[in-house]
Design a protein. Structure first.
Length: 414
């Protein structure tokens, strides 16, 4: 069974995740006081917020952490190690009635990436099962030209909504977003900016708490070092998701770590630098500062570089990361990564469908969608594999269970 499930882990990790939420923070899913209003939503927002470098500072006057604070953080981390519960408290709706005339065009940043392939598959399967009239998918390769082509085609297809998923730079496609809106098509985004910062140019952003992922990563390092964390952060400045996670990390780190106990060095790299590799830069920092005991990676493109740097410098630093490629999970399962934050792409697809149903039905929108995140370590992954039986369908069910399916079915009166 272990051999079979280990193989499954490798081929289906996209069902687990990029990254992200301090699930120890209770998600009450409170709802907004207004029903969706397209005219109000289409207010011009500032351009993308991601390219401003983020730095972390520690307060010289901040007292050291108390035992009570450390215990609270330890509980948050521990609470994220089990299979998450379904906690959505949104009002019930008639899924079949709302969806029967609903057509949605789903446009991802790169439809051939393992993450988006899995998300597309789960989104389409869920929407079809509920009774959406039609789901239109587009082939994209991560470039603005293919995403613009998909938006142009969407205007011709005349769906009720366009769902933009992933790290799409809205600055490069704003003309076609506005064209879709001018033709009465509502534009929704997901998988980018989290809850605190709505995405720009679009009508709605699915509020998934990616900020909390960074907080969970910080909590892990703080707990494991008892507040004495000397961190190296590797961040991608032109990934809004990476920036969102970093903001959550920064807030948590600065709240708890004192200048007497810790420090944080930051590598703010753009996508080109990540593509060229950061091993030499990470190695240099590790060689010059042997006090670094944790490396936090917010973009999975840098995980391999971080692992290689630790090995080549014989550093004792441990790695905490977010990611979803097969090698990322292999690193976590082997122990090369101390901890990987994961979320279920199947669960995320359900949350996206739920948000669309609420927009289309004119219902109150949750301030935060129920998308939990789970801590995955070598021991947790191997135990999940050992405890599984032949009743599973996907790796999602091994690490996240299936109670969210029952939960959303009840919400949708399905």
């Amino acid at each position: 069974m272990r051999k079979l499930l280990s193989a499954l882990l490798i081929v289906s990790i996209a069902a687990s995740a990029i990254t992200f939420s301090a699930c120890g923070q209770k998600n009450t899913n409170t709802t907004s006081s207004k029903t969706p209003d397209t005219s109000a939503a289409r207010v011009s927002r500032p351009s993308r917020v991601s390219e401003e470098p983020i730095e972390v500072s520690v307060d010289e006057k901040k007292p050291r952490m108390t035992e009570a604070q450390l215990a609270d953080l330890n509980k948050k981390v521990t609470d994220c190690q089990g299979i998450p519960s379904f906690t959505c408290t949104s009002e019930k709706l008639d899924g079949r009635k709302i969806s029967k005339d609903l057509t949605v065009s789903l446009i991802c940043d790169n439809s051939s990436s393992p993450f988006q392939e899995d998300l597309i598959r789960n989104f389409v399967r869920t929407a079809d099962r509920i009774g959406f009239k039609h789901i239109i998918t587009a082939e994209t390769d991560g470039t603005a030209s293919t995403i613009n082509d998909a938006l142009t085609q969407a205007v011709k297809d005349k769906p009720n909504m366009v769902m933009l998923s992933g790290n799409i730079n809205k600055d490069t496609v704003v003309t076609n977003i506005e064209l879709a809106q001018a033709n009465g098509i509502e534009v929704v985004s997901a998988g980018t900016t989290g809850c605190e910062q709505p995405d720009h140019f679009v009508d709605y952003t699915v509020p998934i708490p990616y900020e909390n992922a960074g907080a969970l990563m910080a909590d892990w390092g703080i707990v494991k070092t008892k507040g004495k964390v000397n961190a190296l952060v590797v961040n991608c400045t032109d990934s809004e998701l990476s920036q969102t996670i970093f903001r959550g990390f920064k807030k948590e780190f600065e709240q708890y770590v004192s200048a007497d106990d810790g420090n944080c060095t930051v590598i703010n790299a753009n996508a080109i630098e990540l593509g060229n590799g950061l091993t030499n830069k990470i190695k240099t920092i590790l060689e010059n500062d042997r006090k670094i005991n944790y490396i936090f990676v917010f973009d999975d493109a840098a995980i391999t570089d971080a692992v290689s740097s630790v090995v080549q410098t014989s550093s004792s630093a441990k790695i905490v990361a977010t990611g979803g490629k097969p090698e990322d999970f292999n690193y976590a399962q082997s122990g090369s990564i101390d901890m990987l934050v994961a979320h279920s792409y199947e669960w995320t697809a359900y949350a996206m469908v739920d948000y669309i149903l609420r927009i289309a039905g004119g219902l109150k929108l949750p301030e935060q969608q129920d998308v939990p995140f789970r801590v995955l370590t070598k021991d947790i992954i191997n135990k999940a594999i050992d405890d599984s039986d032949d009743s599973f369908d996907t790796f999602d069910e091994i690490c996240f269970g299936s109670n969210f399916v029952t939960g959303y079915n009840n919400l949708w009166n399905y």
